[in-house]
Design a protein around this ligand. Structure first.
Ligand code: DC
Length: 228
């Protein structure tokens, strides 16, 4: 098995993970997987099946039955499938986002996703973002990043993402605070910076500044060398 190159990015919702991961993917050629989309795909299946997102056994069964998969798209990203259905374009709604946080608290669900994600990282050079990437999924990686920003700034960014959809700043802020509490407060693999992670507060930084800082710290110095 060749050594794989990986970049692990963690941080709370709205901290800029996907923007930065996409820019890093363009800069390095490494494909980008948003592991949050895998939890969102479970949330979609849970919503469709009208399952209680807090019922761990039912959510896990739903995830297994739905055969959630992430498949490289050959263009620097991954498509998310439930069985044979490509659901990638259905995962960004506010409702799916809201349900994805409680479905992700269950040990059985997380074990399933972590195992899929580790298989992907064993087969592909990859940039992954999420909540437990540096601490669990890619804990062997030499390139770990933790992005943060104030909850007010993250709400402002989220509101821009939702442009055109009727929602208020106050609603987005409340939703983010609830998700922060669940993502960081849950028992299994809570969100926290991995040991040795490069921690960046992006509140007052442009995406370009963040990417530059990361490239300077890791890729430029390392010259693109592979890691485990
Ligand atoms: O990054 P996102 O907003 O798309 O993630 C959706 C939810 O999934 C988020 O509330 C937390 C959860 N998640 C997780 O628990 N672990 C991950 N590796 C990725 C996401």
């Amino acid at each position: 098995m060749p050594l794989r190159t990986s970049i692990a990015i963690d941080g709370p919702a709205g901290s800029g993970k996907s923007t930065i991961a996409r820019m890093l993917s363009a800069a390095t050629g490494l494909p980008y997987l948003s592991t949050g989309e895998m939890y969102r795909a479970i949330a979609l299946c849970v919503l469709r099946a009208k399952i209680d997102p807090y019922d761990g056994a039912a959510v896990r069964k739903c995830a297994v039955d739905s055969r959630i998969r992430a498949v490289p798209d050959g263009k620097g990203g991954f498509r998310i499938f439930c069985g044979d259905e490509d659901v990638t374009d259905l995962l960004r709604s506010a409702e799916v986002g809201r349900i994805s946080s409680p479905v992700a608290i269950h040990l059985g669900v997380r074990k399933l996703m972590v195992s899929l994600q580790r298989e992907i990282a064993a087969a592909n050079d990859v940039i992954m973002d999420g909540r437990d990437i540096g601490t669990v999924v890619l804990k062997e990686s030499e390139r770990k990043i933790y992005l943060d920003a104030t909850v007010e700034e993250r709400a402002r960014r989220r509101l821009l993402d939702f442009k055109g959809i009727v929602t208020s700043y106050e609603e987005v802020l409340k939703d983010l605070k609830e998700r922060d509490m669940r993502d960081s407060g849950r028992e299994v693999d809570p969100l926290r910076p991995a040991d040795g992670a490069l921690i960046i507060d992006t509140t007052h930084m442009s995406p370009q500044q963040v990417v530059y800082k990361i490239l300077e710290r890791f890729c430029m110095k390392a010259g693109g060398a592979s890691d485990a």
